[in-house]
Design a protein around this ligand. Structure first.
Ligand code: NAP
Length: 414
């Protein structure tokens, strides 16, 4: 940490040590301070259960020599009630200062000028990569025949594409101006009663995402990285994403990668990372029909949004899908589902998404043993058919347990 963070509403914990960075690597003390946002709706139910699982795993894995010092920070409804703001400056300051954070789901405010708290968080903190590992945990009910073939990590660009908020409603002066400009200056006709959205994707934004994905694939011994795009139609955005990807791979990782084209010309892969590209439409077919051929995927924002949830459905659905939003300075782990408000306070939803996001976080901290312990205990609990309602309704003979009881079972199985 470069300077002591200054807070208006928050009081940081009296003990614990901040995580720092040295030469781009995180330096993790044995008692890191980690900010958390429990989230809205079912968020508190899920967080209460998940934090007990994290603490138990760390205690058991390291015999009390390591512990996380949790620091509650606020966003969403809880923050609005306390400070009048949905994303208070204190929360942003805490996440910037402590570098690693975790959150439950946040409500999207209706009206009030904020498109989505999650999108705003990603843009404000420049969390440019949404990382979604999609992996099967044995025993989880699945709609496909061989869900165990899925072990894919999707790196989705998080700040550009049609999510950048360059959008104007039909009939607004801005939409009319753009339509007129397109016709007058560029000779392109657009119907006058159109809403306008602009898709922009930069070399900088694309390359930093692809660089992170390649580095991750190399460090984790993965065999292939697929650039997923719709470049046959959107040539200068999605097509450029593919071209920039190959250019970067050859320029920065030449000795460690081989492209698919090169293998067609007889170059041997020799254990190098295979870089290839696939069109988005074909990718949606192949993730179902040739699941195990997809290892790491790097893709623009919208494709990644769709693919992450579609792939998650193959291995158990949103209740079991973890995620992280990463930037160069910050890693923010999060539930991938929403607040499921109809179940709020009922202690019944699946905490799996936050628990597995915590597993990602523990691995990121280098605390692999604790992460592996949680994964094994979660798998065992599912195999014992003691599961929350979403899994129980698809598993003949399963006993439906509450969120808190599911966490107890996982802890008991460690
Ligand atoms: P949602 O909260 O994800 O809920 C949709 C359905 O998914 C639920 O009705 C439930 O299905 C299932 N589900 C969600 N979480 C689950 C869990 N932990 N365990 C088991 N099943 C779960 O989506 P939504 O109703 O569209 O959105 C509600 C609010 O959340 C909105 O304000 C939205 O903007 C926000 N949201 C936030 C995030 C985020 O913070 N990352 C992401 C998405 C949406 P069944 O009805 O079949 O039981």
């Amino acid at each position: 940490m470069t300077s002591t963070p200054q807070f208006t509403f928050l009081t940081p914990p009296a003990d614990g040590t901040p995580i720092t960075k040295k030469h781009d690597e995180i330096v993790v003390p044995s008692d890191p301070i980690i900010p958390f946002i429990e989230g809205d709706g079912t968020g508190p139910d899920i967080w209460r259960a998940s934090v007990r699982v994290f603490d138990a795993a760390v205690r058991k894995a390291y015999g009390g020599k390591k512990r996380i010092v949790w620091f509650e920070v606020f966003a969403g409804e809880k923050a609005k009630a306390r400070t009048g703001e949905w994303l208070p400056a204190d929360m942003l300051e805490a996440v910037r200062a402590y570098k690693v954070a975790i959150k439950g789901p946040l409500t999207t405010p209706v009206g009030g000028g904020i498109r989505s708290l999650n999108v705003a968080l990603r843009q404000t903190l420049d969390l440019y990569a949404c990382v979604r590992p999609v992996k099967y945990y044995a025993g989880t009910p699945s709609p496909v025949k061989a869900p165990e073939k899925m072990n894919t990590v999707i790196f989705r660009e998080n700040t550009e594409d049609v999510y950048a908020g360059l959008e104007w409603a039909r009939g607004t002066p801005q939409a009319e101006q753009i339509i007129e400009f397109l016709e007058r200056e560029l000779g392109k006709r657009v119907r006058k009663d159109s809403g306008i959205g602009i898709k922009s994707m930069s070399e900088t934004g694309s390359k930093r995402l692809i660089r992170l994905a390649i580095k991750w694939a190399l460090v984790n011994g993965r065999t292939s990285l697929t650039l997923m795009h719709k470049g046959n139609i959107m040539k200068f955005t999605e097509g450029a994403f593919r071209d920039w990807g190959f250019e970067l791979a050859k320029a920065e990782f030449r000795d460690q990668i081989v492209t698919e084209d090169e293998t067609w010309q007889g170059v041997q892969a020799d254990g190098k990372l295979l870089i290839r590209d696939r069109l988005a439409d074909s990718m949606f077919q192949q993730i179902l029909t040739r699941t195990d051929e997809y290892d790491v995927v790097a893709t623009p924002n919208l494709n990644g949004d769709y693919l992450s949830d579609a792939a998650a459905a193959q291995v158990g659905g949103v209740g079991m899908a973890p995620g992280a939003n990463m930037g160069d300075e910050i890693a923010f782990f999060e539930a991938t589902h929403g607040t499921a408000p109809k179940y709020a306070g009922k202690d019944i939803v699946n905490p799996g998404s936050v628990i597995l996001s915590g597993v990602m976080m523990l691995r990121y901290l280098g605390w692999k043993q604790a992460g592996t312990m949680i994964e094994a205990a979660l798998t065992k609990t599912i195999q014992q058919k003691q599961v929350t309602y979403d899994l129980a309704r698809q598993m003949p003979g399963a006993t439906e347990v509450q969120t808190s009881a599911f966490a107890d079972m996982i802890i008991g199985n460690m």
